[in-house]
Design a protein around this ligand. Sequence first.
Ligand SMILES: Cc1cc2nc3c(=O)[nH]c(=O)nc-3n(C[C@H](O)[C@H](O)[C@H](O)COP(=O)(O)O)c2cc1C
Length: 435
Amino acid sequence: MAASPFRLGWFGNLTTPEWRTGWSNDALSWTDARYYVDMVRDMERAGFDFMMLEDSLMVSDIYAGTAELELKHAMYAPKLDPVPVISMLAYATEHIGIVGTASTTFYPPYLLARTFSTLDHVTRGRVGWNIVTSSEDRAAQNFGMDKLPEHDLRYEIAEEFVEVVTALWDSWAPDAVVADPISGYYADHTKVAPIHHEGKHFSVRGPLNTPRSPQGRPVICQAGASPRGRDFAAKNADMLLCIPNGLDGMKEYRDDIRARAAAHGRDPDDIKVFFVVAPIIGRTMEEAQAKEAAFRADKQRNFEKQMVHFGAIMEIDFSVLDPDLPIPDDVTTNGHQGTFEGWKQAFGGRTIKDAASDMRVASMPLVGTPDHIADEMDKAMEHVGGDGFMFLAQPTSREYIREITEGLCPALRRRGLIRTGFAHEHFRDNMRSFD
Ligand SMILES: Cc1cc2nc3c(=O)[nH]c(=O)nc-3n(C[C@H](O)[C@H](O)[C@H](O)COP(=O)(O)O)c2cc1C
Protein backbone atom coordinates (compact mmCIF):
# COMPACT_ATOMS: atom_id res chain seq x y z
CA MET A 1 0.00 0.00 0.00
CA ALA A 2 1.15 3.59 -0.66
CA ALA A 3 1.67 5.96 2.27
CA SER A 4 -1.72 7.59 2.22
CA PRO A 5 -4.63 5.74 0.67
CA PHE A 6 -7.90 7.62 0.51
CA ARG A 7 -11.62 7.01 0.15
CA LEU A 8 -13.95 7.55 -2.78
CA GLY A 9 -17.58 8.57 -2.95
CA TRP A 10 -20.05 9.44 -5.67
CA PHE A 11 -22.48 12.36 -5.60
CA GLY A 12 -25.61 10.75 -7.00
CA ASN A 13 -28.53 12.84 -8.11
CA LEU A 14 -31.69 10.98 -8.95
CA THR A 15 -32.35 13.19 -11.94
CA THR A 16 -32.08 12.37 -15.61
CA PRO A 17 -28.62 11.30 -16.79
CA GLU A 18 -27.09 12.95 -19.89
CA TRP A 19 -29.76 12.56 -22.58
CA ARG A 20 -28.77 14.98 -25.35
CA THR A 21 -25.84 13.12 -26.90
CA GLY A 22 -27.92 10.25 -28.24
CA TRP A 23 -25.52 7.84 -26.44
CA SER A 24 -28.09 6.88 -23.86
CA ASN A 25 -30.93 4.47 -23.30
CA ASP A 26 -31.81 6.15 -20.05
CA ALA A 27 -33.40 9.47 -21.01
CA LEU A 28 -36.86 8.22 -20.06
CA SER A 29 -36.28 4.95 -18.22
CA TRP A 30 -34.01 6.32 -15.43
CA THR A 31 -37.07 6.67 -13.19
CA ASP A 32 -37.28 2.90 -12.67
CA ALA A 33 -33.86 3.34 -10.91
CA ARG A 34 -32.17 0.40 -12.64
CA TYR A 35 -29.72 2.92 -14.07
CA TYR A 36 -28.65 3.68 -10.48
CA VAL A 37 -28.50 -0.01 -9.60
CA ASP A 38 -26.01 -0.58 -12.45
CA MET A 39 -24.11 2.48 -11.29
CA VAL A 40 -23.78 1.44 -7.64
CA ARG A 41 -22.64 -2.05 -8.63
CA ASP A 42 -19.93 -0.57 -10.86
CA MET A 43 -18.81 1.60 -7.96
CA GLU A 44 -18.69 -1.17 -5.42
CA ARG A 45 -16.59 -3.28 -7.78
CA ALA A 46 -14.25 -0.36 -8.53
CA GLY A 47 -13.42 0.41 -4.88
CA PHE A 48 -15.82 3.17 -3.84
CA ASP A 49 -16.67 3.62 -0.17
CA PHE A 50 -20.08 5.15 -0.71
CA MET A 51 -22.68 6.53 -3.03
CA MET A 52 -24.52 9.58 -1.76
CA LEU A 53 -27.98 10.56 -3.01
CA GLU A 54 -28.64 14.29 -2.82
CA ASP A 55 -32.11 15.78 -2.57
CA SER A 56 -34.25 18.89 -2.76
CA LEU A 57 -38.00 19.31 -2.59
CA MET A 58 -39.15 21.79 -5.20
CA VAL A 59 -39.32 22.77 -8.85
CA SER A 60 -37.26 25.95 -8.97
CA ASP A 61 -38.72 28.97 -10.77
CA ILE A 62 -36.51 31.61 -9.18
CA TYR A 63 -34.54 32.56 -12.29
CA ALA A 64 -36.61 35.14 -14.17
CA GLY A 65 -39.71 33.93 -12.33
CA THR A 66 -40.18 30.83 -14.48
CA ALA A 67 -39.30 27.11 -14.38
CA GLU A 68 -38.46 27.19 -18.10
CA LEU A 69 -34.68 26.77 -17.81
CA GLU A 70 -34.97 24.44 -14.79
CA LEU A 71 -37.09 22.01 -16.80
CA LYS A 72 -35.31 22.62 -20.11
CA HIS A 73 -32.06 21.38 -18.55
CA ALA A 74 -33.73 18.95 -16.11
CA MET A 75 -31.59 20.30 -13.28
CA TYR A 76 -33.34 20.00 -9.91
CA ALA A 77 -36.46 18.48 -11.39
CA PRO A 78 -37.64 15.98 -12.39
CA LYS A 79 -36.10 14.07 -9.48
CA LEU A 80 -36.86 10.93 -7.47
CA ASP A 81 -37.05 10.68 -3.69
CA PRO A 82 -33.75 9.08 -2.56
CA VAL A 83 -35.15 7.31 0.51
CA PRO A 84 -37.03 4.43 -1.18
CA VAL A 85 -34.26 4.04 -3.77
CA ILE A 86 -31.68 3.33 -1.02
CA SER A 87 -33.31 -0.06 -0.35
CA MET A 88 -33.04 -1.02 -3.99
CA LEU A 89 -29.37 -0.03 -4.23
CA ALA A 90 -28.53 -1.91 -1.04
CA TYR A 91 -30.30 -5.04 -2.22
CA ALA A 92 -28.15 -5.02 -5.35
CA THR A 93 -24.84 -4.68 -3.45
CA GLU A 94 -22.97 -6.22 -0.52
CA HIS A 95 -20.57 -3.74 1.06
CA ILE A 96 -20.71 -0.19 -0.29
CA GLY A 97 -22.22 2.52 1.95
CA ILE A 98 -25.32 4.34 0.72
CA VAL A 99 -26.06 7.85 1.99
CA GLY A 100 -29.51 9.38 1.62
CA THR A 101 -30.38 13.06 2.08
CA ALA A 102 -33.26 14.12 4.33
CA SER A 103 -34.10 17.57 5.65
CA THR A 104 -34.42 18.52 9.32
CA THR A 105 -36.69 21.38 8.26
CA PHE A 106 -39.35 19.16 6.70
CA TYR A 107 -39.20 15.66 8.21
CA PRO A 108 -40.73 15.14 11.64
CA PRO A 109 -37.96 13.63 13.82
CA TYR A 110 -39.90 10.49 14.74
CA LEU A 111 -40.54 9.69 11.09
CA LEU A 112 -36.90 10.34 10.17
CA ALA A 113 -35.59 8.19 13.04
CA ARG A 114 -37.89 5.35 12.09
CA THR A 115 -37.16 5.57 8.36
CA PHE A 116 -33.37 5.57 8.79
CA SER A 117 -33.51 2.87 11.45
CA THR A 118 -35.48 0.75 8.99
CA LEU A 119 -32.96 1.53 6.24
CA ASP A 120 -30.07 0.58 8.53
CA HIS A 121 -31.79 -2.77 9.12
CA VAL A 122 -32.60 -3.53 5.50
CA THR A 123 -29.12 -2.46 4.31
CA ARG A 124 -27.53 -4.57 7.09
CA GLY A 125 -25.76 -1.54 8.54
CA ARG A 126 -24.73 0.27 5.38
CA VAL A 127 -26.83 3.42 5.42
CA GLY A 128 -25.84 7.04 6.01
CA TRP A 129 -28.00 10.12 6.53
CA ASN A 130 -26.94 13.37 4.85
CA ILE A 131 -28.36 15.98 7.22
CA VAL A 132 -29.50 19.07 5.37
CA THR A 133 -31.48 22.02 6.67
CA SER A 134 -32.70 22.86 3.12
CA SER A 135 -32.21 26.19 1.47
CA GLU A 136 -35.26 26.98 -0.63
CA ASP A 137 -38.40 28.96 0.21
CA ARG A 138 -39.95 27.10 -2.72
CA ALA A 139 -39.53 23.88 -0.72
CA ALA A 140 -40.91 25.51 2.44
CA GLN A 141 -44.02 26.47 0.47
CA ASN A 142 -44.64 22.78 -0.21
CA PHE A 143 -44.83 22.17 3.55
CA GLY A 144 -47.22 24.87 4.69
CA MET A 145 -44.63 27.59 5.38
CA ASP A 146 -44.27 30.94 3.61
CA LYS A 147 -40.53 30.82 3.79
CA LEU A 148 -37.68 28.97 5.43
CA PRO A 149 -36.53 29.78 8.94
CA GLU A 150 -33.43 31.98 8.90
CA HIS A 151 -30.08 30.24 8.15
CA ASP A 152 -28.62 29.96 11.68
CA LEU A 153 -32.01 29.18 13.22
CA ARG A 154 -32.27 26.21 10.84
CA TYR A 155 -29.07 24.86 12.36
CA GLU A 156 -30.40 25.48 15.89
CA ILE A 157 -33.50 23.44 14.97
CA ALA A 158 -31.26 20.79 13.41
CA GLU A 159 -29.25 20.49 16.67
CA GLU A 160 -32.42 19.67 18.60
CA PHE A 161 -33.59 17.38 15.78
CA VAL A 162 -30.36 15.34 16.02
CA GLU A 163 -30.72 15.16 19.80
CA VAL A 164 -34.25 13.75 19.41
CA VAL A 165 -33.48 11.19 16.72
CA THR A 166 -30.37 10.01 18.59
CA ALA A 167 -32.45 9.50 21.73
CA LEU A 168 -35.02 7.59 19.68
CA TRP A 169 -32.33 5.35 18.15
CA ASP A 170 -31.09 4.69 21.69
CA SER A 171 -34.59 4.06 23.05
CA TRP A 172 -34.01 0.36 22.46
CA ALA A 173 -31.07 -0.94 24.51
CA PRO A 174 -28.67 -3.19 22.56
CA ASP A 175 -29.94 -6.25 24.48
CA ALA A 176 -33.67 -5.36 24.40
CA VAL A 177 -34.56 -8.14 21.95
CA VAL A 178 -34.16 -11.51 23.66
CA ALA A 179 -36.35 -13.77 21.49
CA ASP A 180 -36.31 -16.34 24.32
CA PRO A 181 -38.62 -19.31 23.66
CA ILE A 182 -38.20 -20.54 27.27
CA SER A 183 -39.47 -17.36 28.98
CA GLY A 184 -41.81 -16.53 26.11
CA TYR A 185 -40.46 -12.97 25.83
CA TYR A 186 -39.54 -11.55 22.43
CA ALA A 187 -38.47 -8.11 23.75
CA ASP A 188 -37.71 -7.00 27.32
CA HIS A 189 -39.98 -4.03 28.12
CA THR A 190 -37.54 -2.74 30.77
CA LYS A 191 -35.04 -2.06 28.00
CA VAL A 192 -37.33 -0.10 25.70
CA ALA A 193 -37.97 3.35 27.16
CA PRO A 194 -39.86 6.50 26.17
CA ILE A 195 -37.64 9.54 25.65
CA HIS A 196 -40.15 12.21 26.83
CA HIS A 197 -38.46 14.96 24.85
CA GLU A 198 -39.97 18.41 25.44
CA GLY A 199 -37.80 21.01 23.73
CA LYS A 200 -38.01 24.40 22.09
CA HIS A 201 -38.88 23.01 18.67
CA PHE A 202 -39.99 19.40 19.18
CA SER A 203 -42.08 17.34 21.51
CA VAL A 204 -41.63 13.58 21.11
CA ARG A 205 -42.61 10.84 23.52
CA GLY A 206 -40.98 7.72 22.08
CA PRO A 207 -39.82 5.01 22.22
CA LEU A 208 -39.24 4.13 18.60
CA ASN A 209 -41.27 1.16 17.41
CA THR A 210 -38.32 -0.09 15.36
CA PRO A 211 -35.71 -2.24 17.13
CA ARG A 212 -32.15 -0.95 17.52
CA SER A 213 -30.44 -1.01 14.12
CA PRO A 214 -27.15 -2.71 13.21
CA GLN A 215 -25.06 0.49 13.41
CA GLY A 216 -27.07 1.92 16.32
CA ARG A 217 -27.37 5.09 14.30
CA PRO A 218 -26.70 5.61 10.60
CA VAL A 219 -23.43 7.18 9.46
CA ILE A 220 -24.02 10.91 9.82
CA CYS A 221 -23.05 12.97 6.78
CA GLN A 222 -23.10 16.76 6.52
CA ALA A 223 -21.97 19.53 4.19
CA GLY A 224 -21.91 22.66 6.33
CA ALA A 225 -19.73 25.36 4.82
CA SER A 226 -20.61 28.53 6.80
CA PRO A 227 -19.10 28.96 10.30
CA ARG A 228 -22.42 27.80 11.87
CA GLY A 229 -22.66 24.89 9.46
CA ARG A 230 -19.07 23.80 10.05
CA ASP A 231 -19.62 23.79 13.77
CA PHE A 232 -22.77 21.71 13.46
CA ALA A 233 -20.96 19.24 11.21
CA ALA A 234 -17.88 19.02 13.44
CA LYS A 235 -20.09 18.22 16.42
CA ASN A 236 -22.37 15.66 14.78
CA ALA A 237 -20.99 14.19 11.57
CA ASP A 238 -18.98 11.08 10.70
CA MET A 239 -18.31 12.39 7.20
CA LEU A 240 -18.32 15.75 5.44
CA LEU A 241 -18.88 16.81 1.84
CA CYS A 242 -17.32 20.06 0.72
CA ILE A 243 -16.12 22.18 -2.20
CA PRO A 244 -13.45 24.55 -0.89
CA ASN A 245 -11.37 26.29 -3.55
CA GLY A 246 -7.97 24.82 -4.36
CA LEU A 247 -5.49 22.81 -2.34
CA ASP A 248 -4.97 25.45 0.33
CA GLY A 249 -8.73 25.94 0.71
CA MET A 250 -9.14 22.18 1.07
CA LYS A 251 -6.48 22.01 3.74
CA GLU A 252 -7.93 24.99 5.60
CA TYR A 253 -11.39 23.40 5.59
CA ARG A 254 -10.21 20.02 6.86
CA ASP A 255 -7.93 21.53 9.52
CA ASP A 256 -10.78 23.78 10.67
CA ILE A 257 -13.25 20.89 10.92
CA ARG A 258 -10.74 18.77 12.83
CA ALA A 259 -10.02 21.62 15.26
CA ARG A 260 -13.74 22.22 15.79
CA ALA A 261 -14.28 18.47 16.36
CA ALA A 262 -11.53 18.40 18.98
CA ALA A 263 -13.13 21.42 20.68
CA HIS A 264 -16.33 19.34 20.91
CA GLY A 265 -14.36 16.59 22.65
CA ARG A 266 -14.24 14.32 19.61
CA ASP A 267 -11.36 12.42 18.03
CA PRO A 268 -10.79 14.30 14.74
CA ASP A 269 -9.88 11.00 13.04
CA ASP A 270 -13.52 9.92 13.49
CA ILE A 271 -14.55 12.51 10.86
CA LYS A 272 -13.72 11.94 7.21
CA VAL A 273 -13.75 14.88 4.81
CA PHE A 274 -14.65 14.37 1.13
CA PHE A 275 -13.68 16.95 -1.48
CA VAL A 276 -15.81 17.32 -4.57
CA VAL A 277 -13.98 16.71 -7.86
CA ALA A 278 -15.19 16.36 -11.45
CA PRO A 279 -12.32 14.92 -13.52
CA ILE A 280 -12.29 15.18 -17.29
CA ILE A 281 -10.68 11.96 -18.49
CA GLY A 282 -9.14 11.03 -21.85
CA ARG A 283 -7.03 8.17 -23.19
CA THR A 284 -4.43 10.83 -23.98
CA MET A 285 -3.80 14.27 -22.50
CA GLU A 286 -4.87 15.80 -25.83
CA GLU A 287 -8.17 13.94 -25.78
CA ALA A 288 -8.91 15.12 -22.22
CA GLN A 289 -7.98 18.71 -23.06
CA ALA A 290 -10.21 18.62 -26.14
CA LYS A 291 -13.12 17.41 -23.97
CA GLU A 292 -12.51 20.24 -21.53
CA ALA A 293 -12.38 22.77 -24.36
CA ALA A 294 -15.69 21.41 -25.72
CA PHE A 295 -17.26 21.79 -22.28
CA ARG A 296 -16.04 25.38 -21.96
CA ALA A 297 -17.17 26.23 -25.48
CA ASP A 298 -20.78 25.31 -24.64
CA LYS A 299 -21.08 28.75 -23.03
CA GLN A 300 -24.78 29.51 -23.38
CA ARG A 301 -25.82 26.13 -22.01
CA ASN A 302 -23.34 26.34 -19.12
CA PHE A 303 -24.56 29.85 -18.32
CA GLU A 304 -28.23 28.83 -18.31
CA LYS A 305 -27.50 25.83 -16.09
CA GLN A 306 -25.53 27.88 -13.57
CA MET A 307 -28.30 30.49 -13.45
CA VAL A 308 -30.78 27.75 -12.53
CA HIS A 309 -28.30 26.32 -10.03
CA PHE A 310 -27.73 29.67 -8.32
CA GLY A 311 -31.45 30.43 -8.35
CA ALA A 312 -32.34 27.05 -6.87
CA ILE A 313 -29.92 26.81 -3.96
CA MET A 314 -29.25 30.51 -3.23
CA GLU A 315 -32.74 31.70 -4.23
CA ILE A 316 -31.13 34.71 -5.86
CA ASP A 317 -32.70 35.72 -9.15
CA PHE A 318 -29.62 36.47 -11.23
CA SER A 319 -31.81 37.66 -14.12
CA VAL A 320 -32.21 41.02 -12.36
CA LEU A 321 -28.42 41.48 -12.07
CA ASP A 322 -26.25 42.82 -14.86
CA PRO A 323 -24.48 39.74 -16.30
CA ASP A 324 -21.65 41.92 -17.56
CA LEU A 325 -20.64 42.94 -14.02
CA PRO A 326 -19.23 40.88 -11.11
CA ILE A 327 -21.66 39.71 -8.38
CA PRO A 328 -22.43 42.89 -6.38
CA ASP A 329 -21.07 42.87 -2.82
CA ASP A 330 -24.46 43.51 -1.23
CA VAL A 331 -26.13 40.36 -2.64
CA THR A 332 -26.72 37.87 0.21
CA THR A 333 -28.57 34.59 0.59
CA ASN A 334 -30.59 32.69 3.19
CA GLY A 335 -29.68 29.52 1.24
CA HIS A 336 -26.23 27.92 0.93
CA GLN A 337 -24.27 30.75 2.53
CA GLY A 338 -20.86 29.09 2.75
CA THR A 339 -21.10 27.89 -0.85
CA PHE A 340 -22.12 31.35 -2.05
CA GLU A 341 -19.11 32.95 -0.35
CA GLY A 342 -16.86 30.31 -1.95
CA TRP A 343 -18.26 31.07 -5.38
CA LYS A 344 -17.84 34.80 -4.98
CA GLN A 345 -14.19 34.15 -4.14
CA ALA A 346 -13.75 31.75 -7.06
CA PHE A 347 -15.31 34.27 -9.46
CA GLY A 348 -12.68 36.83 -8.44
CA GLY A 349 -13.34 39.98 -10.41
CA ARG A 350 -14.94 38.14 -13.38
CA THR A 351 -18.36 39.09 -14.65
CA ILE A 352 -21.33 36.85 -13.88
CA LYS A 353 -21.71 35.88 -17.54
CA ASP A 354 -18.03 35.12 -18.02
CA ALA A 355 -17.56 33.12 -14.82
CA ALA A 356 -20.82 31.16 -15.05
CA SER A 357 -20.24 30.22 -18.70
CA ASP A 358 -17.39 27.85 -17.99
CA MET A 359 -17.90 27.04 -14.34
CA ARG A 360 -17.30 23.49 -13.13
CA VAL A 361 -18.20 22.65 -9.56
CA ALA A 362 -15.03 21.15 -8.04
CA SER A 363 -12.37 21.84 -5.42
CA MET A 364 -9.54 21.39 -7.92
CA PRO A 365 -9.29 21.00 -11.70
CA LEU A 366 -8.47 17.46 -12.90
CA VAL A 367 -7.96 17.00 -16.63
CA GLY A 368 -5.93 14.23 -18.25
CA THR A 369 -5.30 10.52 -18.53
CA PRO A 370 -6.23 8.19 -15.65
CA ASP A 371 -2.55 7.99 -14.65
CA HIS A 372 -2.13 11.75 -14.67
CA ILE A 373 -5.28 12.32 -12.61
CA ALA A 374 -4.37 9.55 -10.15
CA ASP A 375 -1.01 11.26 -9.54
CA GLU A 376 -2.73 14.63 -9.03
CA MET A 377 -5.17 13.13 -6.52
CA ASP A 378 -2.30 11.46 -4.68
CA LYS A 379 -0.41 14.76 -4.44
CA ALA A 380 -3.53 16.62 -3.32
CA MET A 381 -4.16 14.19 -0.47
CA GLU A 382 -0.53 14.49 0.62
CA HIS A 383 -0.95 18.27 0.80
CA VAL A 384 -4.34 18.25 2.47
CA GLY A 385 -3.69 15.41 4.92
CA GLY A 386 -6.55 12.96 3.89
CA ASP A 387 -9.41 11.67 3.75
CA GLY A 388 -11.06 11.32 0.32
CA PHE A 389 -12.81 12.61 -2.77
CA MET A 390 -16.38 12.60 -3.98
CA PHE A 391 -17.02 12.66 -7.73
CA LEU A 392 -19.72 14.97 -8.99
CA ALA A 393 -20.46 14.13 -12.61
CA GLN A 394 -21.42 17.10 -14.78
CA PRO A 395 -23.49 15.48 -16.19
CA THR A 396 -23.81 11.78 -15.27
CA SER A 397 -23.76 9.16 -18.01
CA ARG A 398 -22.89 5.48 -18.30
CA GLU A 399 -19.95 6.56 -20.43
CA TYR A 400 -18.61 8.88 -17.71
CA ILE A 401 -19.15 6.35 -14.93
CA ARG A 402 -17.10 3.84 -16.94
CA GLU A 403 -14.29 6.35 -17.40
CA ILE A 404 -14.10 6.67 -13.62
CA THR A 405 -14.70 3.06 -12.59
CA GLU A 406 -12.79 1.28 -15.39
CA GLY A 407 -10.25 3.99 -16.20
CA LEU A 408 -9.38 6.09 -13.17
CA CYS A 409 -10.09 3.55 -10.40
CA PRO A 410 -7.67 0.91 -11.77
CA ALA A 411 -4.98 3.63 -12.00
CA LEU A 412 -5.65 4.55 -8.35
CA ARG A 413 -5.56 0.89 -7.36
CA ARG A 414 -2.26 0.26 -9.13
CA ARG A 415 -0.84 2.96 -6.84
CA GLY A 416 -2.42 1.37 -3.76
CA LEU A 417 -4.47 4.51 -3.18
CA ILE A 418 -8.01 3.10 -2.88
CA ARG A 419 -9.57 0.09 -1.26
CA THR A 420 -9.58 -3.36 -2.86
CA GLY A 421 -12.11 -4.85 -0.45
CA PHE A 422 -14.12 -4.25 2.71
CA ALA A 423 -12.87 -5.61 6.03
CA HIS A 424 -16.05 -4.89 8.01
CA GLU A 425 -19.74 -5.46 7.79
CA HIS A 426 -20.87 -1.91 8.58
CA PHE A 427 -20.37 1.34 6.71
CA ARG A 428 -18.98 3.36 9.66
CA ASP A 429 -16.41 0.67 10.53
CA ASN A 430 -15.22 0.41 6.93
CA MET A 431 -14.90 4.16 6.57
CA ARG A 432 -12.99 4.59 9.83
CA SER A 433 -10.67 1.63 9.54
CA PHE A 434 -9.29 2.48 6.11
CA ASP A 435 -6.41 4.72 7.07
C1 LIG B 1 -21.25 18.35 -1.88
C2 LIG B 1 -22.49 18.95 -1.29
C3 LIG B 1 -23.69 18.27 -1.33
C4 LIG B 1 -24.86 18.83 -0.81
N1 LIG B 1 -26.04 18.15 -0.91
C5 LIG B 1 -27.18 18.76 -0.52
C6 LIG B 1 -28.45 18.12 -0.72
O1 LIG B 1 -28.55 17.02 -1.24
N2 LIG B 1 -29.56 18.79 -0.34
C7 LIG B 1 -29.52 20.03 0.25
O2 LIG B 1 -30.56 20.58 0.58
N3 LIG B 1 -28.33 20.63 0.48
C8 LIG B 1 -27.18 20.04 0.09
N4 LIG B 1 -25.98 20.67 0.28
C9 LIG B 1 -25.95 21.96 0.99
C10 LIG B 1 -25.38 21.85 2.38
O3 LIG B 1 -26.19 21.05 3.21
C11 LIG B 1 -25.17 23.24 2.98
O4 LIG B 1 -26.40 23.89 3.13
C12 LIG B 1 -24.28 24.07 2.07
O5 LIG B 1 -23.04 23.44 1.90
C13 LIG B 1 -24.04 25.47 2.61
O6 LIG B 1 -23.53 25.43 3.90
P1 LIG B 1 -24.16 26.34 5.01
O7 LIG B 1 -25.57 25.84 5.16
O8 LIG B 1 -23.33 26.06 6.22
O9 LIG B 1 -24.13 27.73 4.53
C14 LIG B 1 -24.80 20.11 -0.23
C15 LIG B 1 -23.59 20.80 -0.18
C16 LIG B 1 -22.44 20.24 -0.69
C17 LIG B 1 -21.14 21.00 -0.62
